[in-house]
Design a protein around this ligand. Structure first.
Ligand SMILES: C[S@@+](CC[C@H](N)C(=O)[O-])C[C@H]1O[C@@H](n2cnc3c(N)ncnc32)[C@H](O)[C@@H]1O
Length: 224
């Protein structure tokens, strides 16, 4: 469903190359000023996404698609959701599992694997924070179709917007720093994603929020 080479690159990046940087960014440990703006922006985006869901999620089955180090997972479980937290990086899943407060352990099932695996089951809602940012619009549309078939409620996700700055960086290869083998982020427009979703017969997303904080620029979309 996702391009195999892209997915392998993302897995390698988060499981190996960027593992330490990512676990630090997602902790309370001190980081550089630039990374602090990213951390603050991501905190705001997490709140923006959670605001799209009921405050009380007791009994709701929620997929945290691309859970990373588990920040969203913990918030969802704290609101009462039964969470399936899946990530393609087994080492990040291990970090997420270790960081989850013990009182929430019974509410979360951790899985190392692909977020589109049908075996994960059916959901009341899906959240995918910054985990679809490496995929093309047709791949995201196909993912919305696959997840939509198994989701009763909303699919809330983020993408980098096609702002002039991000597009200029993208054109110059700056969103693809070859040195650290980071995967290429693909800026998207809400209109383009809606078009791709219609073409794929998938739930059509619309923009519901945007966060700009230093180098963190991200759009929140929702498909129902
Ligand atoms: C930028 S991180 C965000 C992690 C987390 N959602 C957060 O906001 O802290 C992107 C995550 O998506 C995961 N990911 C990307 N594609 C995936 C896929 N097809 N299936 C599962 N996880 C995936 C990566 O391994 C990585 O942990």
């Amino acid at each position: 469903m996702f391009d195999t080479a892209t997915r392998a690159r993302v897995e390698d990046y988060f499981d190996r190359t960027a593992h330490d940087v990512w676990t630090r960014l997602t902790s309370d440990a001190p980081v550089s000023r630039i990374r602090a703006t990213v951390r603050a922006g991501r905190d705001r985006m997490r709140e923006t996404m959670l605001d799209r869901l009921p405050a009380d999620l007791t009994g709701a089955r929620v997929l945290d698609a691309g859970c990373g180090a588990g920040q969203m997972t913990a918030e969802l479980a704290a609101r009462g959701a039964d969470v399936v937290a899946v990530d393609i990086s087994p080492r990040l899943v291990a970090v997420a599992e270790e960081r989850l407060p013990s009182a929430l352990r019974t509410r979360v099932r951790f899985v190392a694997g692909d977020m589109l695996d049908d075996g994960l089951g059916r959901f009341d809602a899906v959240v995918a924070m910054d985990s679809l940012i490496y995929y093309r619009d047709d791949e995201i549309a196909a993912a919305l179709g696959r997840l939509g078939d198994r989701t009763a409620g909303r699919i809330v996700f983020t993408v980098p917007p096609r702002t002039p700055m991000l597009m200029a960086m993208w054109g110059a290869g700056r969103l693809f720093p070859r040195g650290d083998r980071a995967p290429l982020m693909v800026p998207q427009s809400a209109a383009g994603l809606a078009r791709a979703a219609r073409t794929a017969g998938a739930p059509v997303p619309r923009e519901v929020g945007r966060v700009t904080s230093g180098f963190y620029i991200s759009t929140c979309l929702e498909a129902a």
